[in-house]
Design a protein. Structure first.
Length: 395
C-alpha cells in the first residue's frame, strides 16, 4: 500500500489543474458509488486528482487515487485492495480506468456491499453504459459525463476571468444584456477562433503538437474505447477507421449508408452499428428528424467537436461546417438537436427552430420571427439574432 500512497501524494502535488471544472459542482458527492465517463483526452485523471487535492490534500490517507493500469491488479482483485485500504482507515477510493479490469462492475458492487463506509469514485470511457449494460451496479451508481472544455472554460483559462454559466433560455431571452456583461471583461472574438481550432481538449496546455496529439488520441478512441470495450475483433479495425474517415470528410451531410457499406465492405446494419459506436466514443454527433432515433438513418452526421475537423482535414475546412459542429456539440450537453431531411434549419428540444448564419454575408437569408439565428463573425446580436459564441457558455 505504501507505494500507492507515495504515487498518490506525488500526483496530487503535481497535478496541473488551471481550472475548476463545471462538473465538480454538478456531482452529488454524498453518493457512495460515482461513475465519471468521458472521452479520451478530456481530463478525467486530472479531474480526480483535482478533487483529491481540493478536498483532502496530498498527504491525507483517507483518500487514495489508483490507476487500474497498474500491474498489481493483474494479481490482486479490486475487492482485496479496497479491503486493505479500508483497514488502513481509507474512506474515499478514486479509481482511474476501471474498465481495464475484466469483471470491474461485479467487483465494484462487491466493494459497495462489503464496505459500507467506503466511497468509490471511478472513471470510464464514454462508450460505457454504466446503468444499462452493468446490472450489478445499475441501481446504485450515480453516472456523470465529463465533457471537453467549453468556450467559457477555455476563456477562463486564457484570461483568468471568472465567467458564469447561462442556460439556453437565459441566452435566448437576455443575450443582449449577457453579451454586454461578458464584453466588459473579455473580448470573445480574440479567442474564439483559437478555441475552435485547439481548445476543446485540455492537453492544448501541454508543450506538444496539438494536432498530432489529437490524431493519436482519436486512434486510441477507436482501438481501445470501441474495439476493446465493445469487444469487436481487431480485424475490423481498418473498416471502422475507414468509415470514420469517410464520415469526417463528408461531415455536415446526410450519410449514404449503402455507399458507405460498399466502401468499407460490410453490411448496412454493421455500418449503422459502427456509426453508433463512433458516436458513443464522442467522435461524431448524429442528428435525426424529430421523433426518430438510432437505428433510423441519420439526416446529418457532424464530427463531435470542431478541433477534430482541423486535425483530420485542415486544408478543406469550411467555416459553416465548423460553426455548425460547434453549435451542435455545445447544445448536446443538456439538449436534444434534431434536423429534418434536406433542411438548413434544425430543432432544439423538438420545439425551438434554429439556424446558423454568417453575419457578414452580403446577401442575408430571409429571416423568420419564429426562428433563432445563431450568427458567426459578430460579437453582438439583437432580437432573435444571437452571436454563436454565446453557446459556449452553456456549461
Amino acid at each position: 500500500m505504501e507505494a500507492f500512497y507515495r504515487t498518490h501524494k506525488y500526483l496530487v502535488e503535481h497535478v496541473n489543474a488551471p481550472l475548476r471544472r463545471y462538473l465538480m459542482d454538478e456531482i452529488d458527492w454524498t453518493a457512495r458509488l460515482i461513475g465519471i465517463k468521458g472521452t479520451r483526452g478530456v481530463g478525467k485523471t486530472t479531474f480526480l486528482l483535482h478533487y483529491a487535492r481540493e478536498n483532502y490534500g496530498a498527504s491525507n490517507r483517507h483518500c487514495l487515487y489508483v490507476n487500474l493500469n497498474n500491474f498489481y491488479f493483474q494479481g490482486h482483485s479490486l475487492i482485496e485492495f479496497a479491503g486493505r485500504f479500508v483497514e488502513n482507515g481509507g474512506q474515499v477510493l478514486l479509481i482511474d480506468q476501471v474498465f481495464k479490469m475484466p469483471d470491474w462492475s461485479y467487483q465494484l458492487r462487491c466493494c459497495y456491499d462489503m464496505y459500507p463506509n467506503l466511497q468509490i469514485v471511478f472513471t470510464g470511457s464514454s462508450v460505457m453504459r454504466l446503468k444499462e449494460e452493468n446490472p450489478e451496479i445499475g441501481g446504485v451508481v450515480r453516472s456523470y459525463n465529463l465533457r471537453g472544455l467549453s468556450f467559457r472554460e477555455y476563456l477562463m483559462i486564457q484570461t483568468g476571468e471568472n465567467l458564469p454559466v447561462y442556460s439556453l433560455d437565459e441566452i435566448i431571452d437576455n443575450h443582449e444584456l449577457i453579451v454586454r456583461q461578458i464584453l466588459s471583461k473579455v473580448s470573445p472574438s480574440v479567442h474564439f477562433k483559437n478555441y475552435l481550432h485547439h481548445g476543446f481538449y485540455p492537453f492544448f496546455l501541454e508543450k506538444t503538437n496539438y494536432s498530432e496529439n489529437l490524431l493519436k488520441t482519436m486512434s486510441m478512441m477507436i482501438e481501445v474505447d470501441i474495439l476493446l470495450i465493445k469487444q469487436i475483433e481487431l480485424k475490423y479495425l481498418t473498416r471502422i477507421k475507414k468509415l470514420f474517415y469517410e464520415l469526417a470528410i463528408n461531415a455536415g451531410k446526410a450519410p449514404n449508408i449503402s455507399k458507405l457499406a460498399l466502401d468499407v465492405e460490410t453490411s448496412r446494419a454493421t455500418v449503422m452499428n459502427y456509426i453508433k459506436n463512433l458516436a458513443d466514443a464522442r467522435l461524431i454527433n448524429i442528428m435525426h428528424p424529430v421523433g426518430e432515433v438510432h437505428p433510423k438513418k441519420p439526416t446529418k452526421i457532424t464530427l463531435h467537436n470542431s478541433n477534430l475537423l482541423y486535425a483530420i482535414y485542415p486544408i478543406n475546412v469550411e467555416i459553416q461546417d465548423v460553426m455548425e459542429t460547434f453549435a451542435i456539440n455545445s447544445l448536446w450537453k443538456d439538449h436534444k438537436v434534431s434536423q429534418p431531411p434536406h433542411e438548413k434549419f434544425f430543432f432544439i428540444d423538438e420545439n425551438i427552430k434554429a439556424r446558423i448564419t454568417d453575419a457578414k454575408r452580403q446577401t442575408k437569408p430571409r429571416t423568420d420571427k419564429n426562428t433563432i439565428y445563431f450568427r458567426y463573425n459578430t460579437e453582438v446580436g439583437a432580437g432573435n439574432n444571437i452571436p454563436i459564441w454565446l453557446l459556449g457558455f452553456l456549461y
